[in-house]
Design a protein around this ligand. Structure first.
Ligand code: ADE
Length: 232
């Protein structure tokens, strides 16, 4: 099997590379793809750089160039739901682009013609995540993740996203991965650990917790990989 793991920032994939150690690297389109062989399987790991456009390029390259059959996103997010705290893990049940607005033409917020407001992640990958969480006694939440090309650090903007999309967490790449995987028919899941609460303290909290939360997400993804490759 060939699996792709994407992070947005180098901090989000460093814990994976530190664990896997032996890899080759290939450069395409300004990104480095780390190739790891495990048994007869191959894992590609890359950080895309921040934002939906970069994530879409990395995800497309993983699928169309490296033939990845499953995509897992690992990284950090801003918590919107009051029951999400720094370090908590959330799986995106469905993804949306809160910064898409062609309401001037009568479309709903977040809607692009010939697409959908919400794109569901893969049930099988999500079930694997829940099994890992249960086995490890980890509290894994699941909810809508909203993506946009903005770092949310404002309670008003945060409330607006909750109100219009019912989202539990906000980040800047998940929906791009969802759109690409949905169109190319590749199963995907989006895992995030909370680094901040997308409020007035988000910038300070993000800087403080990026590394630890990114590691929490990456460690969880490694356990998912073990399950998927049935190495247990
Ligand atoms: N990723 C982590 N925290 C975030 C925030 N507050 N807004 C957007 N993306 C994030």
């Amino acid at each position: 099997m060939i699996i792709g793991i994407i992070g947005a920032m180098v901090e989000e994939i460093t814990p994976l590379l530190e664990r896997l150690k032996h890899y080759e690297s290939k450069n395409i389109g300004g990104n480095t793809y780390y190739e790891v062989k495990i048994g007869g399987h191959t894992i590609y790991i890359a950080y895309s750089k921040i934002g939906k456009v970069h994530a879409a390029l990395t995800c497309s390259t993983m699928i169309l160039h490296f033939q990845c059959e499953k995509i897992i996103f690992s990284g950090v997010a801003g918590g919107l739901s009051p029951d999400l705290h720094i370090g908590d893990l959330i799986l995106g049940s469905k993804l949306c682009q809160y910064d898409v607005d062609i309401t001037a033409f009568g479309h709903p917020l977040g809607f692009i013609p010939e697409s959908r407001v919400f794109i569901e992640s893969d049930e099988t990958l999500n079930a694997i995540a829940h099994r890992v969480a249960q086995n490890q006694h980890i509290n894994l939440k699941e909810g809508i993740i909203a993506s946009g090309d903005l770092f949310i650090a404002d309670s008003g903007k945060k409330q607006w996203i909750i109100q219009h999309f019912g989202a539990s967490a906000v980040e800047m790449e998940g929906a791009a991965v969802a759109v690409v995987c949905d169109l190319l028919k590749v199963p995907f899941c989006i895992l995030r650990s909370i680094s901040d609460s997308a409020d007035g303290k988000a910038d300070v909290n993000f800087d403080e917790f990026l590394e630890s939360s990114a590691k929490r997400s990456a460690d969880f993804v490694m356990m998912m990989i073990d399950q998927i490759l049935e190495k247990k």
